[in-house]
Design a protein around this ligand. Structure first.
Ligand SMILES: Nc1ncnc2c1ncn2[C@@H]1O[C@H](COP(=O)(O)OP(=O)(O)OP(=O)(O)O)[C@@H](O)[C@H]1O
Length: 623
């Protein structure tokens, strides 16, 4: 086979060479033979060329196939390598993971070991603690048993001590009362209030002479028993006067201190004595402050916000209820009445407005509508001349119109209610001057079975004295009102039992007297002038009563005034009276202060029996 070259392929197929005869024709044999040969040769050439081209192509494809095979081989080997690589990396990873898992497993194993060790340790500790606790509880139980035995012993010895203490207490109370007895039934304390802004405001009707030395403080507490008063008059050398009382309070002494000295009297109250505590002094000298505490501007009730400022009346109520709480429950019954003595008439400040309004009192400074007392209305009778006037056949009955209170706050509420109706009007000395005597009465009914009567009181003497006074009837109130006391009878059998009970009534009267003053100083006129002179008259009557007691006269003129009549039970006899003199220290009140100190001095002499006949001071009449 002829070799094919690229030039062969490039030459076009030869066209048949024409017949060399001059006239070529197909019918010419030679021509036709040669023509056919030529055609065949040409065909062979073409085929050879095609063959060569096909060979070329075959060679080309073979070359291509060879290259592809090697590439395939390369790819195959590369793929094999890659697979190998992949396989080895997965294995490595798996290997690592297995390694890590093994480590984890190891650490888990060691953790589990530690945990079990810890658990063992902890359970041992807990077991130990549990055992200790059980042992402790056992010990405690034993101790408790011992303690119970000791407590029982102690209870018994406590009972013995309590019995001894009760006996000692009774002895102490007896001692206290005999001490009080020794000191006398009338005690006088004196309280000098601080200088206040209104002291330096000069009233227009105060005399020129009295206004001259207005800046000076003249009354001082020298010690806790002595008052010193500098008496100076223009053109005269000043004279110092001293007054002695059971107790003197300086301006800086608190309500607490004042009450501390008053409180022992309340023990006497529960020991069967009537007690009266009254504040005496000129207007604005601090009587209401001492007895009740600072008053609220809006309604004249006393303020209960600051306990340290509370006066004697609220504190006494608290103390009485405290003392009662120490007694067997239900054996004490407390009633309260709040009345005022105004223009020598008694008005119940707790009465309901069931009888309408009182006639209005015009005092020149304002008109005062008053609620009339239910009691006063009950006792109103027509006098011979046909005009209605207040008749109180037995003033003491006033105290039977009282309300039962269960505790100190109920008491304080009632007192505050009553206070709002109290007569007041301004004077030159005091803008809210009280124009009436306020009498707050706490009646304590002690219920005691006839069999136990003797042992309730501290000594035989008191027991005998009270035995004479007691009533054996059970209070009607207690029968009617079963809801308010645990001691009240509710069945016939109980009622019968109560008939055997005895009741002892003791009375605590707390009095805020109206101001004792010279008319000139207070600057009142008209109806208020009458008021002032009636106040002074009732204070005179009080002085007369104290004088008569001092002289041990057979007749004590209690009925000369409604005030003394009302206080009859707690002034005189074996009742305990404490007069709290209230003094304004300023120079301009010198006359009134001297008058009050004189009253106190003579009241002290009453208990010592030193007052001579007609020696007791009569209240200065309206000038
Ligand atoms: N010890 C005191 N400390 C502080 N303030 C006092 C003291 N005593 C009285 N006061 C004040 O003096 C003023 C007059 O006192 P209070 O109302 O008690 O006088 P009073 O004697 O009751 O007068 P009146 O008889 O006119 O009613 C009041 O504002 C009161 O708060």
């Amino acid at each position: 086979m002829a070799r094919l070259t690229s030039s062969c392929l490039e030459q076009p197929l030869r066209t048949p060479t024409p017949c060399p005869c001059p006239k070529p024709s197909s019918r010419h044999w030679l021509c036709s033979q040669s023509y056919e040969i030529i055609i065949k040769e040409e065909r062979i050439v073409v085929l050879e060329t095609e063959n060569a081209a096909l060979h070329l192509k075959l060679a080309e494809y073979q070359g291509l196939a060879g290259r592809s095979t090697s590439e395939v081989l390369q790819l195959y080997s590369a793929h094999g390598q890659q697979q190998k690589l992949q396989r080895s990396s997965v294995v490595t990873q798996l290997h690592g993971a297995i390694k890590r898992l093994k480590q984890d497993l190891k650490s888990l194993h060691s953790f589990a070991l530690e945990l079990s060790k810890d658990f063992q340790l902890q359970s041992n500790t807990w077991l130990y603690q549990l055992l200790t606790a059980v042992q402790g509880i056992q010990l405690q139980n034993e101790a408790m048993q011992m303690f119970q035995i000791k407590a029982f012993d102690l209870e018994q010895s406590l009972q013995e001590v309590t019995e001894k203490y009760e006996k000692e207490k009774q002895k102490r109370r007896a001692l206290h009362n005999s001490l009080v007895e020794l000191r006398g039934n009338i005690r006088v304390h004196c309280r000098i209030r601080p200088l206040l802004p209104f002291d330096t405001v000069a009233g227009h009707s105060v005399s020129q002479e009295r206004q001259r030395n207005f800046s000076e403080k003249v009354a001082h507490a020298v010690d806790d028993e002595t008052v010193l008063v500098k008496c100076s008059r223009p053109g005269h050398a000043s004279i110092n006067k001293t007054f002695q009382f059971e107790r003197v309070y300086s301006a800086s002494e608190s309500q607490d201190t004042v009450f501390a000295d008053v409180a022992p009297l309340l023990t006497s109250l529960l020991d069967g004595y009537n007690v009266c505590i009254m504040a005496y002094g000129q207007t604005g000298s601090g009587k209401t402050y001492t007895m009740l505490g600072p008053q609220l501007e809006e309604n004249f009730a006393f303020s209960t916000e600051d306990e340290s400022e509370l006066g004697i009346i609220p504190r006494a109520a608290q103390e009485v209820f405290r003392l009662i709480s120490e007694k067997p429950p239900g054996s004490y019954w407390v009633e309260v009445s709040v009345v005022e003595v105004y223009n020598n008439e008694i008005f119940d400040l707790l009465a309901k407005d069931s009888f309408g309004k009182m006639p209005q009192f015009s005092n020149g400074c304002g008109v005062y509508a008053r609620i009339k007392s239910a009691l006063a209305n009950k006792l109103l009778t027509s006098s011979t001349n046909g005009t209605r006037e207040l008749m109180l056949p037995d003033v003491i009955k006033v105290l039977d119109i009282s309300l039962t209170v269960e505790n100190a706050s109920e008491f304080l509420h009632l007192v505050n209610k009553g206070l709002q109706l109290r007569v007041r009007h301004p004077t030159l000395v005091h803008a809210h001057s009280s124009r009436s005597h306020l009498v707050v009465t706490l009646t304590i009914t002690t219920i005691v079975s006839a069999d136990n009567f003797g042992i309730l009181w501290e000594d035989e003497q008191t027991s005998q004295r009270l035995n004479k006074e007691v009533s054996c009837t059970f209070p009607q109130k207690m029968r009617d009102n079963k809801s308010t006391s645990s001691s009240r009878a509710s069945s016939p059998a109980q009622l019968e039992a109560t008939e055997k009970m005895k009741q002892v009534k003791t009375r605590l009267q707390l009095v805020d007297l109206a101001g004792s003053e010279c008319v000139g100083m207070s600057g009142v006129t008209g109806a208020a002038l009458r008021e002032t002179s009636l106040i002074n008259r009732s204070l005179s009557a009080l002085a007369d009563v104290l004088g008569a007691i001092a002289e041990q006269r057979s007749h004590v003129p209690y009925r000369n005034s409604k005030l003394t009549h009302l206080l009859q039970d707690s002034v005189g006899g074996d009742a305990k009276l404490l007069v709290m003199l209230c003094i304004s220290p300023h120079q301009k009140y010198l006359t009134e202060s001297m008058q009050s100190l004189g009253f106190g001095t003579r009241a002290r002499q009453v208990q010592r029996g030193q007052v001579k006949k007609k020696n007791f001071p009569v209240q200065s009449k309206a000038k």
